[in-house]
Design a protein around this ligand. Sequence first.
Ligand code: SAH
Ligand code: SF4
Length: 344
Amino acid sequence: MLNKINLKSLSKEGVFSFVMDQSLPRYRAEQLMHWIYEKYAADIDEITEFSTGLRNALKSIAYISNLQLAKSLKSSDGTKKFLFSLRDGETIESVLIPDEGRLTLCISSQVGCAMGCLFCVTGRCGLVRSLKSYEILDQIITVNRLIQPKKITNVVFMGMGEPLANFDEDVKALWGIVQFLGISKRKITLSTAGIIPGILLLPEKAPEINLAVSLNATTDEVRNKIMPVTKRYPIRSLINACKKYPLRSGRRITFEYVLIDGRNDSLEDAHRLVKLLKGIRCKINLILLNPHPGSDLKRPPDKRVSEFQNILLRNNMRALIRESKGQDILAACGQLRAGIGRDI
Ligand code: SAH
Ligand code: SF4
């Protein structure tokens, strides 16, 4: 494969210039994109519309990369989790969440994560490497291939890794999702632990993507302990960056708040959260901690969760309680890769 061009690494313009460089007619570019992104061809030989001669000529200079399905698990709530192997043997996870006619795929942007959040399995593994844009895009293509004729309708960058720590490749993948897979920008959400320069640059490089921010605490002191990224980007600056994020009408920023017993779930926290988010058009997802072996963090009792939510609601905030999907297959990010998922 050395020196050969990976067709999935090319942007739309890139496919056109590739075809022109080979002195092929323009319509060959359209055909290539159709076969790779709509018929999910995993190999140039699968493009049966091309003559053997043309396929051989293409194969001498190019190839189509793929993810290998290593494992898939289905949860009783309908969530399906996929473990994919990459060319270098590393593994990543994607989670398919069917919900009210939508088919949302939660995708990974890195193998592991450098952010080291206390409650997160991916964070505890550290960063192995960032994904290339085609490895990000391929999660959607491969799942589409597996579930055809159904198709992914929504995408969330909420799997393994910190998307804004892999900014350029993520932006390239975002454009691929829109241009090749026909998923509109308003159906794509990127979730970040709060990398401020990325939040400020995103509207320019990938406008109109929905933004989700994992806030998870209301004071720097507590947030530092559970999300070390706070040392670089304190809460106040993070909130100011969010205030600058352009929102089209009807759109809101999502703030994710994983409730952890005794850490960030006091009623004072709820009141502080109201104050912090005042003036931002947003919704809050209160996420119940997905506990995992090897960590003594617990989810709060149900009563505290509803008290916390009620304070937000009484102050006219939108706040939903989200049960992590796929409880029984350990669907929280990183748990399958860490080898603690189980077949059902
Ligand atoms: N790195 C990005 C996106 C991936 S993490 C980010 O942090 O936003 C996606 C979400 O999963 C985050 O909101 C994170 O807070 C949440 N999460 C991580 N570990 C969890 C766990 N054990 N239980 C519940 N939610 C968890
Ligand atoms: Fe990384 Fe997000 Fe996990 Fe934190 S919660 S370690 S940022 S993947």
